[in-house]
Design a protein around this ligand. Structure first.
Ligand code: MN
Length: 244
């Protein structure tokens, strides 16, 4: 099995090395990742400048760095390596739950794989200033990859680890409470500037990704590329049929 590993923290991130090591238990592994951090780039692609695909072995593993986004990396990686069976993204330094799934480059790398017809899992863990201890996630990553390979009808999976995992839970994305906010400030020259920040969290809805992580459960959320709101579509069609 050919496994392409990517991320948005950059090819030299400790998280990608941890994921590569575990992926090697399942097949042949190649890492293709951004040359610098591309967090919060979401599903951006590079269309106005050329991209470079440069060999950069990491700790003896075949790896390539790309001067582009996570989605670029997966597209180029799949182009250069025919027959990729599985794409793994992460392990991201920082959770990708709730509305952050929309901003995440880690998740976008997995989405890009799904666009190309390749099953993919995105892995994220809580942010820490120290090098994270990926050892506590190892057996869960193994179990999740093995389980995922048995679920062909679930081609895109978003996984988030709590600080101290005690089990796995299927969840849905929590987006009811958007937490993003703009905080104005001033630089030393007196010029105004702005930071994106987050409001304090309100209680998460039962069964969501945030709910699970707050209870030390590993959150497993199946995602899809089709953004259509099926309920709204059905209601709109029932209320107003443009064809009549
Ligand atoms: Mn990141």
């Amino acid at each position: 099995m050919r496994i392409l590993v990517s991320n948005d923290d950059g090819v030299f991130s400790p998280g990608i090395l941890a994921l590569v090591r575990l992926a090697q238990e399942f097949g042949e592994v190649r890492a293709v990742a951004p040359d610098v951090e591309q967090s919060a780039m979401s599903h951006a692609i590079t269309v106005r400048t050329p991209l470079h695909y440069q060999r950069t072995p990491i700790d003896g593993v075949e790896a390539y760095r790309v001067d582009g986004t996570p989605a670029d990396c997966v597209a180029l990686g799949a182009h250069h390596w025919e027959g990729v069976d599985l794409v793994l993204s992460g392990i991201n330094l920082g959770l990708n739950i709730g509305h952050n799934i929309w901003h995440s480059g880690t998740v976008a790398a997995a989405k890009q794989a799904d666009f190309l017809g390749i099953p993919a899992i995105a892995f994220s863990a809580p942010y820490t200033d120290d090098v994270p201890d990926y050892g506590i996630y190892e057996r869960y990553v193994r179990d999740i990859i093995a389980m995922f390979l048995e679920l062909p009808e679930t081609p895109l999976l978003n996984v988030n680890f709590p600080d101290a995992p005690r089990g796995l839970r299927w969840t849905r994305q929590s987006v009811r409470h958007y937490e993003g906010m703009v905080v104005p400030g001033e630089d030393p020259m007196g010029r105004k500037h702005y930071w994106f920040s987050e409001k304090p969290r309100r209680e998460a809805e039962d069964g969501t990704d945030r709910w699970a992580v707050e209870r030390n459960l590993v959150s497993l959320t199946p995602l899809r590329l089709d953004l259509t709101d099926d309920g709204a579509l059905a209601r709109a069609q029932a209320q107003l049929d443009p064809a009549t």
